[in-house]
Design a protein around this ligand. Structure first.
Ligand code: GPP
Ligand code: MG
Length: 291
């Protein structure tokens, strides 16, 4: 085996989908082919399953009718790619010798960006076989399948080798799992000094429990958004020490405003905007070191 081969990975100790809940989440993602994701991905072949950050160019809403829709889609995609770039800013420095993991890798967008930026091997895992197949086809198409590969695995028990990773992340996928179990697995996978990063939506302990708007987001995606405090408790319990915490709430609101006015709005825009504006919900980046 050479340095460029994926990390050796044992089979996971049990079957991948272990609960009725996990089956239902997998079913959602196996069926998902929403234009809000497919049309944006077709802009440049990077298919994301996360939201965007930064201000949009207001001229896209006012431009000529023939190009308006296309320009809005391109602008939303630009903001989503900026979000993934921001996550990767907190993941490095990394080099070609490093192995890293995208847990909840979707159609592979962030994984391909990580490989392009750092030149390292990337393993993505998902409980959706459809997403795994799509992302592996993308890897072949992009000519990076020697360095980037996707696996049908459970992020709570990946089967990958202990201490084998320099970095790992969840880009908006922590709300499907128990955080203590999740961070225990990241801590097991990361070498000492390895970096973990998540961008996530979490509810605000200060304003109380789960707001109506947050509950509507949970219902939309069949997920369980965690309170902000749980992230830090679960990291501390698992040897993950935060180095950066960035509140991206204000930076993501323009994305949702643009998305609400786009032809690919799905209906979840209103609960997101309500939750962010009333501050019952935050969009947060947390970077932590494995000690
Ligand atoms: C978006 O993926 C992310 C999730 C489903 C997890 C929930 C995230 C929170 C911050 C609560 P997507 O790009 O597939 O969603 P959509 O289809 O709405 O664009
Ligand atoms: Mg999307």
């Amino acid at each position: 085996m050479t340095d460029t081969m994926p990390a050796p990975s044992a089979a996971p100790s049990e079957k991948v989908l272990r609960t009725a809940y996990q089956e239902s989440v997998a079913a959602y993602w196996n069926a998902e082919q929403d234009p809000v994701n497919i049309r944006l991905g077709e802009v440049d072949g990077l298919f994301h399953h996360h939201y965007g950050v930064g201000d949009y160019d207001p001229s896209v809403l006012e431009g000529p009718e023939e190009t308006r829709d296309r320009r809005i889609i391109e602008e939303m995609h630009r903001l989503e790619t900026a979000q993934a770039d921001l996550l990767l800013d907190h993941l490095g420095p990394l080099g070609p010798q490093d192995r890293i993991m995208d847990t909840g890798s979707g159609r592979g967008g962030t994984s391909f960006m990580a490989n392009a930026r750092f030149g390292c091997s990337v393993d993505g895992i998902s409980i959706s076989q459809k997403q795994v197949d799509f992302a592996n086809a993308q890897a072949r198409e992009r000519g990076v399948d020697d360095k980037v590969s996707f696996h049908f695995r459970n992020m709570l028990d990946t089967g990958f080798e202990t201490g084998s990773l320099s970095a790992s992340w969840n880009n908006e996928s922590t709300m499907y799992v128990d955080l203590f179990e999740l961070f225990a697995e990241h801590a097991r996978l990361l070498r000492h000094g390895g970096r973990y990063v998540t961008i996530t939506g979490c509810y605000n302990d200060v304003t109380g429990g789960r707001s109506k708007a947050v509950s509507r987001i949970d219902e939309h995606y069949t997920c369980n958004i965690h309170p902000r405090s749980h992230y830090f408790k679960a990291m501390a319990a698992n040897g993950l020490v935060p180095i950066s915490v960035v509140d991206l709430t204000d930076a993501t609101i323009p994305y949702w405003e643009l998305r609400q006015r786009s032809s690919v709005a799905t209906g979840v825009e209103e609960p997101f905007l309500t939750a962010y504006r009333e501050r019952s919900f935050h969009y947060l980046l947390i970077a932590a070191d494995r000690i």
